[in-house]
Design a protein around this ligand. Structure first.
Ligand SMILES: [Zn+2]
Length: 254
């Protein structure tokens, strides 16, 4: 307008005005923060005539189950705070911060106790909540279609084979299976073990134990896994990359 810039609220075309629902299992602080961010954005980033958009914000918050009374009270509080912005605001200066899972009522009480000891509490969602158990949008990669460091167990004794491959496990596993079938002991230590001990292999449960991106990562992790299992329980003919002995005791604890 003229030689002045005017700002208005922008919403992406995909915006559907869905916010953290008021009935969801979150601390009230998180819900107030939703109101604050919408209201303050309207107050601070737009010019006066755009303030009428506050009505849309109220309608949308109510659609997300926010009580209208609470929204109105919060808007009043934020407006007063803006009018008093010249006053120096007291900033709480905590010495420590702890993170706790959010459980209604209990978490707020624990938070109040921590506050007395100058400790801020931030709340996180419980990891094993119903939502994450019922809804997992990531499809699992089948074990056969992974690569990296793998483990194949013997069914006749406690020995296993630790190997690494940058191809799919199912391809490498097939090579071992063919070596066993054709008694090619020079190709596969697994074939050597089966023939020498007359044992069979648990092919079904063969799995990638560490996924790796690079050759170095694969070789290094293979050497670690070999040392974690220990020489006595291995079909492997060698122990892979050399790792200084001082580290070995730590691998057993991992
Ligand atoms: Zn065996």
């Amino acid at each position: 307008m003229g030689n002045k810039l005017e700002f208005d609220l922008y919403q992406k075309p995909t915006n559907v005005n869905r916010y953290l629902n008021f009935k969801s299992n979150h601390h009230i602080r998180s819900k107030l923060a939703v109101i604050d961010s919408l209201v303050l954005r309207c107050f601070l980033l737009s010019n006066e005539k755009c303030h009428q958009r506050i009505n849309d914000i109220i309608v949308n918050l109510v659609k997300n189950d926010y009580p209208k009374d609470l929204v109105m009270k919060r808007i009043k509080y934020l407006s007063n705070k803006r009018l008093q912005k010249d006053k120096i605001e007291k900033v709480e200066d905590f010495e420590h911060t702890v993170c706790l899972p959010y459980i209604p009522i209990i978490s707020a009480k624990i938070g109040a106790v921590f506050k007395k000891f100058n400790t801020r509490v931030s709340f996180s969602r419980l990891r094993q909540d119903l939502y994450s158990k019922l809804y997992n949008h990531k499809s699992k990669i089948p074990e056969d279609l992974k690569n990296g460091v793998y483990r194949i167990d013997c069914t006749g004794c406690s020995k296993c084979y630790i190997g690494e491959t940058k191809r799919y496990l199912k391809v490498r596993k097939k090579e071992h299976e063919l070596a066993v079938k054709n008694k090619k002991t020079e190709i596969s230590p697994i074939a050597e073990h089966c023939i020498n001990e007359n044992h069979s292999i648990d092919w079904v449960n063969a799995k990638v134990i560490t996924k790796c991106e690079t050759d170095f990562e694969r070789k290094f992790n293979e050497a670690i896994e070999i040392r974690k299992v220990g020489e006595r329980n291995l079909m492997n003919r060698n122990l892979g990359e050399n790792i200084p002995y001082v580290w070995h005791k730590y691998f057993k604890k991992v």
